[in-house]
Write a protein of this length. Structure first.
Length: 97
């Protein structure tokens, strides 16, 4: 389970997929079989990652690392959308990775 408060990511939806402005084409890398912490950290430490989507479908887990601005979410059960917090949202006391 995800931590209750994550200073690096803003939870946009606990039951929805991330949506960018790419007419559903999506600008993301899709990885299967990753754990939530792996997906979270891959986005956190990737400079170009704007957020991630994590979903469990049956026994398979799917991690999408987004490279474009996440504008909205679309209701889909089993998926969660997280947007990386901006520098201003992180505040001056937090180091930007």
């Amino acid at each position: 389970a995800a931590a209750a408060h994550d200073p690096f990511f803003q939870l946009l939806s606990t039951s929805g997929v991330c949506r960018t402005d790419d007419q559903n084409k999506g600008n993301f890398d899709e990885l299967w079989g990753k754990s939530y912490p792996e997906c979270h950290d891959m986005c956190l430490f990737s400079r170009g990652c704007t957020g991630f989507e994590y979903a469990v479908e049956g026994k398979a887990s799917r991690c999408k690392l987004f490279k474009g601005p996440i504008l909205s979410t679309l209701p889909v059960g089993g998926a969660s959308c997280y947007k990386k917090a901006s520098k201003t949202e992180l505040g001056p006391h937090k180091k930007r990775l």
